[in-house]
Every structure is written in C-alpha cells, then in structure tokens.
Write a protein that binds this ligand. Structure first.
Ligand code: G4P
Length: 524
C-alpha cells in the first residue's frame, strides 16, 4: 500500500446503489466505473438485462458463475479515494441478498426513474437503509425524457419516504428540451449536450447567469430560476450532519444514459459520503475502523465457479484494521482459526488475488463449508461477535423432500449449505421434522431446486404450502401446541426458535384475540 494504513482506511468509500428495476442502476454503475477508469467503455460491465432476468436467464448466469461473482463488488480510485460499489441483485425475489448487502455499506445511492417516481422496490430498500441510519444520496434519473415535474418528484420523495431533501441541482427543461441543470451547490449552470469548458456557466451573486446566453430567454430557464428561488426560501437547508445521519437526502437531477450530471454527482457524493464507520458487537462495544486489529463480518456467501467442487466465496466486509494475505483469523462462532491464503478482490472485469486490504474494503475468502452468513472474523487478540445480521420474514413456504429417499444424506447436506449461504430459509415441523423452506420471492425456490439437482445431485419434491404470515414468539414457554388449528401451524426455525405460520392476516388477528398473552413479533 502506498499510504500509511490510517490514511488508506480514511480514503475508503463503500456504498450500494438501490433502485426499482429499470431505474438505471446498471447504467449508472457503468458510468461511475468509466469515470473511475476501471473500464474503458461504459457498457462492458455486464449483460444489459441482468437486472431483469427470467428464471431461465438466471440459470444461464449461474452456469457462467464468473459474471455474478466478479460483478458483486466493483472497485476504483477517484480523487485520492478508493471507491467500493457493492452490487445488488436487481430482481426483487433476491431482495434478501440485497438487504444483507446493505448491512455492509456506509452509504447508499438511490436511483429514481423521474417518469415513474418512487416505486415499491425503492421503498423497501430505502427502509433498510433508513433502519441503519446511513446517508442516502438521490439521483433523479432519465431527465432526457419527459418525466414528472421536479418539484412534484421532490414532494413525492419526502412524502412517500418520509425523508427531507435538498436539491443540489435543479433541471432546466426536460426531455427534448433538457438544457441542463442549475447547480445550486457549485453555483453554476451545467449545460447538457455541450462538450468542453463551456459546459459550465457561472452564476452571479443574485443566482442568475453571469454571462450572456440565449438560454436566459427560454421559459425553461425562467421556470427553473423561479423554482430554485422557491426552494431557497421555503425548502430545507443543506446540512452536512443531517446528511450523515440519513435525515436529509441530497438530490441530483441528471441522466445516466446520456452521461449528464454523473461526474458532478460522483465528485459531490465522494465529498460527503462517509469513510468506514464503526460497527457494534453483540455486547455493545463499538469497533473503530482505525483499530490496529483486523475484524470483519460475512454478509454474503456465493457458490463458486466450479459446482463440482462446491467451493464457495464468503464476502467479508472489513470493519477494522488491515488484512494481509496469509494472516490467521478466528471465527468466534465456531472457535476455529484459519490461515487466509486464498483470498480474492473484485474488479470490474477480473478477479485478482488480494494481498492487502483495509477497513471499508470487501474481500472474498475461499470457503469449503466453514463459514455462514453473519459470521464474524477476527484477527490478533480480538474476540467478539458483531451484532447479528437481520433476518427477514419470508412470505412463501414449501414443504420439501428428496425424490429418492436413498439420497437423504446429500439432500440434508445440500439444504444445510444453501441455508448457510442465505439462499433460502430453513424451518422444520415439530415432531416429524419435515423440512419447510421459506423465501421472500418465488425465484428463490426455483434456484434452490436447480442447484440441489446440479450441485448436490438430488431431485427434490416441493409441495407448495402457499404464502403464510410468519410470527416469532417472545414468550415461547407459554405456547402450547393446542393453540394451532386449521389456519395456523407451529414450526421451528434453524435456530430452534418457535414460529407460527398463519394462513393470512385474518388468522393472525383471530389468534391475537383468542390468545392475547402470547406476544408475537415479525422480523424485518
Ligand atoms: P436497472 O439496472 O436499474 O434495472 O436499469 P438499467 O440501467 O438496466 O436501465 C434500464 C433502462 O433504462 C435501459 O433501457 C437503460 O438504457 C435506460 N436508461 C438508464 N438511464 C437512462 C437515462 O438517463 N435516460 C434514458 N432515456 N434511459 C435510461 P432498456 O430499454 O432496458 O435497454 P436499452 O435497450 O435501451 O439499452
């Protein structure tokens, strides 16, 4: 490393882009990598429609695992900062994976399609970021198309997501008449479709164009000035501390596809996005990123390129200190130590062996089945576990068995590993110990079935028991099996906690009325 470790750590900016499918996350990622010099041409990161695959496409992607693995973490340097972008699956059926990835970032960029406004998947992902109190930067995309009025978009953002906003810039015109943006933050106008130095025009003390320009005659310019004045008087103030707490989102208008406003966005984002943040342990100790000891946690496990070997890559977010290849670490959950000699780092189009990495970075550890999602990894004298990653309440359930009973050993091994990866959730019935799987999205089951067949050579029978309302129990000892009936069943989760699966909300309410002393709760 070229700089002292504390400077290296302070230079890290680790974030994810969240959006509803089609809002422009892939396009934005490509443009950012392009500015970061990580790729030569925007458009080479991955197949265009990875965010929108049908099951069959997913299988295809799975066959060429390389794609999904290498694009999981993208890294580049810009302006003395080392930027780590954590990629998240576009399909909502894999949202559990996305939620966990959001546990490993220090900031989020929210892409909004300005014609569509705030969409359902954006709301869900936003809530996860909100829960963590991380800063959220908003990019109102596709200004080159006719969309909703900018003020209307900001209002929608504030009302639907209950977050305050500050427009860093403001569009002048839209669609075919998109002239550029009024950059409130840098006091200039950034022109669309103009290359070179004249791209930026200065503003005077009154906040109007300081140079003569035909644009001043247009109604779009006048409208933008009027709206900006309104925001100056009645809008929120820019407040760095509130941005850092995730209470105020800076809003940028632009167009990822035509590459308008992306560079200004990147530069401003890097100025305000936080360096690696401390994390809390189970016993409420704060672990400082600048600590001299190494620590991290596993937020994602991905089956590796070669299904025949069933090796996997565990993604570690480094929380503190520095990693060096060959160092020994301990996983406190199993009190086992490992020498980390096979590790990998992720670049846009290649994987390379990583020798050194610091807090804020993501490294991939080769795993032969030792790690599981949420594991803490520590070096030196450290001995603690980070707070558990949140578990998510699944809504869909299947009862699953092996087609061929002779394969039962492989069946259980496959399930165990896929559950450890976080690909699917595991439950079992109380006495018969039948396996029930829970998922957030239907595709998770299909991928499960496919992988069981391809990687563990087991064909499974899945009996859909439909969507259920799952509830955990605070006072388990008060629960009796006789409380279940036609519209509810009692199962155990993978940690042996009792869980009620209700047929629907109605059954849940009926239960609540009948057994008011049983305290139920749901996970995220
Ligand atoms: P996602 O990862 O969030 O799912 O979105 P992605 O970047 O794949 O973009 C979804 C579609 O929106 C793509 O079009 C993309 O070209 C388009 N798009 C992204 N940013 C902008 C923008 O600033 N302006 C306009 N007009 N379009 C934008 P597509 O029709 O799915 O693919 P293509 O055939 O047009 O490439």
């Amino acid at each position: 490393m070229q700089r002292p470790i504390n400077e290296e750590i302070a230079s890290r900016r680790t974030f994810a882009i969240i959006s509803h499918p089609d809002a422009g996350k892939t396009t934005m990622t490509e443009k950012l990598l392009y500015f970061g010099g990580a790729i030569r041409d925007a458009g080479t990161v991955k197949g265009k429609k990875t965010g929108k695959y049908a099951t069959s496409d997913w299988m295809e992607i799975e066959k060429q695992r390389g794609i999904s693995v290498t694009s999981s973490v993208l890294q580049f340097d810009y302006d003395g900062k080392r930027v780590n972008i954590l990629d998240t699956p576009g399909h909502e059926d894999f949202s559990e994976d996305t939620y966990r990835t959001l546990m490993a970032v220090d900031a989020a960029v929210m892409m909004v399609d300005s014609a569509k406004g705030i969409e359902p998947q954006t709301i869900k992902l936003f809530k996860v970021c909100r829960m963590r109190g991380i800063p959220i930067f908003t990019f109102m995309n596709k200004m080159d198309r006719q969309g909703k009025e900018p003020l209307e978009l900001m209002e929608e953002l504030e009302e639907v997501l209950e977050i305050q906003s500050y427009a860093m810039n403001y569009p002048i015109g839209m669609g075919k008449e998109f002239i550029g943006v009024y950059d409130r933050f840098n006091n200039r106008i950034e022109q669309a479709r103009v290359e070179g130095d004249s791209h930026f025009l200065p503003l005077n003390d009154e906040g109007e164009l300081a140079v003569e320009h035909p644009m001043t005659e247009t109604s779009y310019y006048k409208q933008a000035l009027e709206d900006v004045m309104l925001l100056n008087e009645a809008g929120n103030e820019f407040d760095v501390e509130r941005v850092a707490k995730g209470e105020l989102t800076p809003v940028f208008f632009g167009s990822a596809l035509t590459n308008f406003g992306v560079q200004t966005f990147l530069e401003t984002f890097l100025q305000f996005a936080p360096p690696p943040q401390p994390r809390q342990t189970k016993d409420e100790q704060q672990i400082d990123p600048q600590s001299s000891e190494f620590s991290g946690f596993i937020f994602k496990i991905q089956a590796n390129m070669n299904p025949a070997h069933r090796d996997r890559i565990a993604f570690v977010r480094i929380v503190s200190g520095a990693f060096e290849r060959g160092m020994s670490v301990t996983v406190p959950r199993i009190s086992k130590s490992f020498k980390l000699s096979q590790t990998t780092q992720f670049l846009a189009d290649d994987r390379e062996t990583v020798n050194e990495a610091v807090a804020g970075d993501i490294i991939g550890l080769y795993d032969t089945g030792n790690y599981q999602i949420g594991d803490t990894v520590v070096g030196g004298k450290f001995n603690f576990q980070f707070e558990a990653l949140p578990q998510f309440t699944p809504e869909l359930f299947v009862r699953v068995t092996a087609k061929n009973v002779m394969k039962s050993k492989h069946f259980h091994k496959g399930i165990l590993q896929l559950v450890q990866e976080g690909a699917i959730q595991y439950y079992k019935t109380l006495h018969t110990e039948e396996v029930i799987l829970g998922a957030v999205g239907q595709l998770q089951f299909e991928v499960f079935e496919h992988r069981m067949k391809n990687e563990y050579n087991v064909e499974v029978i899945m009996e859909h028991i439909g969507s259920k309302v799952a509830r955990w129990i605070e006072n388990e000892s008060d629960v009796k099996e006789s409380m279940t009936g036609q519209r509810s069943m009692l199962v155990k989760d993978r940690y042996d906690n009792l869980v009620f699966l209700f047929e629907n909300e109605f059954a849940l309410r009926w239960f609540g009325d009948k057994y008011p002393d049983i305290k139920l709760y749901n996970l995220l």
